[in-house]
Design a protein around this ligand. Structure first.
Ligand code: ZN
Length: 134
């Protein structure tokens, strides 16, 4: 079961250029900037109420965010759901026939264990499961 939408991930070419846009729209400053070197991205987080927005900027052409922007342009990249037990949730969805992009949870930004569901098995929407690391 998913607890709530944890964040929306938005692919951007440049955090520097996009930061102001989201600050203007949301009316708050970003609260965290973090690089995830294993994924070749820099991230910037905004929070309004319980909802978060994660901006993702590629740091290399190897980055999946770079490939996404090349193909589709900037925009919404994924929806992340908060889960209590990511291992159980991965097993449950795998048993239902969904394709997971990683076999084991990975360490993501914002102190989370994460796993992605292949968009081919979820109506074209890239879904991230994430569990807070306690
Ligand atoms: Zn995310």
């Amino acid at each position: 079961m998913q607890n709530k939408i944890e964040h929306l991930g938005i692919a951007v070419k440049s955090l520097e250029n996009s930061q102001k846009v989201f600050q203007d729209i949301l009316g708050v400053d970003a609260y965290k900037k973090e690089s995830v070197e294993s994924e070749f991205v820099n991230t910037l987080f905004f929070k309004i109420g319980e909802s978060k927005i994660e901006l993702l900027e590629p740091t290399s052409e190897q980055s999946t965010i770079h490939k996404f922007i090349e193909k589709k342009g900037e925009g919404i990249h994924h929806i992340a759901f908060d889960v209590t037990d990511i291992y159980a949730e991965m097993q449950r969805l795998q048993d239902l026939g969904y394709t997971l992009l990683n076999k084991e949870p990975k360490k993501g930004a914002d102190n989370k264990l994460i796993c992605f569901i292949h968009p081919k098995s979820s109506n074209g929407v890239l879904i991230e499961l994430c569990q807070e690391i306690k």
